[in-house]
Design a protein around this ligand. Structure first.
Ligand code: NDC
Length: 334
């Protein structure tokens, strides 16, 4: 078991380091790699300490000692690659690129000249693809039918097909989402598991440890991930889960070569909330309430979105509200 798996295990133990003497061999090997004293491992530690252990330098040290030398050159290659533009000339996958937020963001992306924009969506809207293609004939726009709730093996098959054709993918945007708190399992399947599975599938092709080149992930979460709306707690919790997953991805970047940041929209005028139900019908008038609250258009949100993509900042938490882009400071680890 490698140290990362151990980390994951520890995280699940209520956010504290719990190592008993029965795991001494494993404990010693982790200790040696991470230079953690036995005193530290024996005592339960707050999650802050765990995340400090995940600090870039320590993980880099682990990667460099635990894996072959090629990893170092990957890291250098990735560093030099990330200096350039994050959209122009790149190959981009946009999951849910044909929804309200997705389509306007695709319009902005295409204008910035990626090499290929691959739209994965459950919706099939050929007119939208034609429109995007016309916006910039130099960018190739392609559509792939994709439901994020398919089993992980199917996501991997689709990505295998895509990597065989395009060889490299630089950016994956995960944007599939539904808001209907009567559909609890589906909400979690689309909003959370779908994002995790698509991310897991692309790791086969990107992860440094598979000799991959690394990559960038932009996960669409929501401001409700950190300001929950109690009328749709299932939706908010699913978004909080994607948000947490994204924070972890960013912390793992020195190991995997895959950087990540979250895109958190505030109320944006789309059809997302049109037919939605609140959990246990606690807030049946929420649709009207939302429409009375200050909001932004999808065109405004799209401009902020591409600015965040261009900033290309690992671990960034972007809030997109009323036409403004703001980086939120996460104090959870301080
Ligand atoms: P819209 O319904 O137009 O788009 C949803 C997209 O997800 C479409 O492309 C669907 O085809 C795709 N999709 C749904 N199910 C699947 C599936 N099984 N497989 C593949 N694709 C699927 O809604 P939208 O454009 O507003 O939403 C796009 C993303 O932004 C979603 O992840 C939302 O959760 C997220 N978002 C939207 C808003 C908003 O105000 N419109 C917000 C935050 C995040 C919100 O959360 C309510 C409270 C205030 C903030 C707000």
């Amino acid at each position: 078991m490698n140290a990362l798996r151990v980390f994951a295990h520890i995280v699940l133990q209520h956010g504290v380091l719990r190592y008993s003497s029965t795991t001494s061999n494993l404990g010693n090997s982790v200790r040696n790699k991470l230079k953690v004293s036995s005193k530290q491992l024996a005592k339960p530690q707050p999650i802050d300490i765990l995340n400090n252990l995940c600090h870039e330098e320590r993980l880099n040290r682990h990667v460099l000692t635990a894996h072959h030398e090629g990893v170092a050159s990957h890291a250098k290659r990735r560093k030099s690659k990330s200096c350039g533009a994050a959209i122009a000339g790149k190959n981009i996958i946009f999951v849910a690129g044909l929804g309200g937020i997705g389509m306007d963001t695709c319009r902005q992306i295409v204008k910035r000249g990626p090499k290929n924009l691959l739209i994965f969506d459950r919706l099939d809207k050929p007119d939208y693809i034609t429109e995007l293609q016309k916006l910039n004939p130099k960018t190739k726009v392609a559509f792939y039918s994709y439901d994020v709730t398919v089993p992980l093996s199917k996501s991997k098959e689709l990505l295998q097909e895509v990597f065989e054709k395009y060889e490299t993918i630089d950016l994956l945007i995960n944007g599939a989402g539904i808001m209907d708190d009567h559909q609890i399992e589906k909400t979690i399947a689309v909003n959370f598991t779908g994002t995790v599975n698509t991310t897991t599938a692309i790791m086969d092709f990107w992860d440094y440890r598979n000799d991959g080149p690394g990559g960038v992930i932009a996960n669409i979460c929501s401001v409700t991930a950190f300001y929950p709306n109690c009328q749709v707690p299932v939706y908010c919790a699913s978004k909080a889960a994607v948000f947490s997953f994204t924070v972890s991805l960013a912390l793992l970047a020195p190991v995997t070569g895959v950087t990540a940041y979250s895109i958190n929209h505030s109320i944006t005028r789309t059809t997302l909330g049109q037919n939605f139900n609140s959990w246990l019908d606690v807030g049946p008038c929420i649709t009207e309430k939302l429409s009375d609250t200050p909001s932004q258009s999808t065109a405004q949100a799209a401009k902020s979105f591409v600015k965040a993509i261009e900033a290309n900042k690992n671990g960034a938490i972007w809030k997109l509200e009323q036409g403004k882009l703001e980086e939120v400071k996460w104090t959870g680890f301080n």
